[in-house]
Design a protein around this ligand. Structure first.
Ligand code: ATP
Length: 218
């Protein structure tokens, strides 16, 4: 595994989860927060946990954050601190800076300041949950950009014994079957005339409206 150096600024639930998971995966993680209680709680669970206010520019200099591969700005409500942290990480040469935003305006500001990716956890999770509630058979999905998605479906009772190509034809949807998992056997690019069985995992790729059309006919 390629061990990377991560600096996580802000150790609320979001930052703490990222910091502890990355440490568990074997990476080097520096966590910074103004809140002593949060820092103490993480002291034994991440590589380094430091009390510091990132609006004081000397703090990030003393910690040599410029040497880190990736910076995560996990500050939500204090937008001034999130802006300063994002700017400082970029100014000190951190190539990959991911920042959390609570609103659309924050999103635009952080992106303009050089964040390589802006995450809206509440929006993104909310959209995910709505999709899952609307299409309960959808187990997971990944956006590929430009409205293209990879979707994982679990074959339900009422599709047991159906042929994949017949389902696609009935829905008149332009979707492509890319992977099928039946029990312990995984086939990539399976033939579309395969017969599905309850519990099979099906991975499809297509444009969002085509995938919706398909899902609506299941
Ligand atoms: P979460 O939703 O992740 O639990 P939160 O809602 O508790 O976060 P946020 O406002 O998103 O709080 O802040 C996340 C963390 O960032 C907090 O632990 C806070 O102490 C820390 N923080 C805020 N301002 C600064 C700062 N200037 N320097 C360092 N850490 C800061």
């Amino acid at each position: 595994m390629y061990k990377q150096q991560f600096v996580i600024i802000g150790l609320g639930v979001f930052g703490e989860t990222i910091a502890t998971e990355l440490t568990r995966m074997g990476h080097d993680v520096l966590g910074i927060d103004t809140d002593e209680v949060k820092v103490d709680r993480l002291a034994e669970r991440i590589t380094h946990a430091v009390i510091g206010d990132v609006t004081d520019e000397s703090v990030l200099d003393e910690l040599n954050v410029g040497d880190y591969d990736v910076g995560v700005v996990a500050i939500g409500r204090n937008i001034e601190a999130a802006i300063l942290a994002t700017m400082q990480l970029r100014d000190r040469g951190v190539k990959k800076v991911w920042a959390k935003a609570l609103t659309n305006q924050h999103h635009r500001i952080l992106k303009r300041l050089g964040a390589t990716r802006v995450i809206g956890p509440e929006f993104e999770m909310g959209a995910h949950v709505a999709q899952e509630l609307h299409y309960p058979m959808v187990n997971n999905y990944i956006g590929l950009g430009e409205e293209e998605f990879i979707v994982e479906l679990i074959v339900s009772d009422n599709l047991d014994g159906c042929q994949m190509d017949a389902l696609i034809e009935k829905a008149d949807a332009e979707v492509e079957l890319v992977l099928l998992k039946q029990g312990k056997t995984t086939s990539t690019n399976p033939s579309s005339d395969v017969t599905l069985h309850k519990g099979n995992q099906v991975v499809l790729v297509g444009q969002l409206d085509e995938l919706r059309k398909f899902a609506d006919h299941l």
